[in-house]
Design a binder for this molecule. Sequence first.
Ligand code: ATP
Length: 270
Amino acid sequence: SKAALFDAENRVKITFNDVAGLDEAKEEIKEIVDYLKNPTKFTKLGAKIPKGALLVGPPGTGKTLLAKAVAGEAGVPFFSLSGSDFVEMFVGVGAARVRDLFKQAKEKAPCIIFIDEIDAVGRSRGRGSMPGANDERENTLNSLLVEMDGFATDSGIIILAATNRPDVLDSALLRPGRFDRQISIDKPDIVGREAIFKVHLKPIKLDTDVDPRELAAQTPGFAGADIANVCNEAALIAARRNKESVDMQDFQYAMDRVIGGLEKKNKLIA
Ligand code: ATP
């Protein structure tokens, strides 16, 4: 929720099975699970374990889900915060929150720290908007950099951060020893959409006419979050009509509704 700046879900139940498609990203991120589970396998050969990776891709494509799945697969705590929480924060509070988060993470290591929307704090310094207005954000970014440099690579903390604007990030964040690897998470193609539909159709009582491949064909441009939304909308529509199961017509209405919502959002942006 937005009220809590970060939470420690000591048990993350999400695994790679919950993340559909994204095969390449999963393959890359599996290395991180291995670092968390078997750090000595790497350190005994003198390798430095990476401190962080950047998940890059459009909204709703499963970046948060994938980060949670890493924690779930490795069986470690998941700490998260969102860059947007730091916007308009009082002087010193952002930096203090970052320090506090890393302190907690060190106590609970091995663990994952997930920073959503890192571009909100990690925009290159001295760029854009009014002079002075960015000072507090810069303080927060500086404290993040200090904290990232302040723990050893074998401390068992791995930081995953998500953004859809890697181009605006301060180059200091991308330096070796910080977020020096990027994993790209794209919107799903038709095969990916079918796989995501299958995940989200699982808990729903379906009519025999519901065909995931057909649903995937009808939803070009949808992100995973939109697909999850369609599945739930369809179930709500069917329930409202007192149906025994959810059929293709319910999905048709649900897709129209979600497409309507997406068009409205695009108009607002344009
Ligand atoms: P944002 O950038 O807006 O924070 P995100 O990329 O972090 O978005 P998530 O929050 O991970 O996206 O996705 C939102 C929801 O959409 C997930 O909780 C899940 O229900 C669904 N979803 C997204 N991508 C996938 C996927 N690849 N497989 C299964 N479900 C998905």
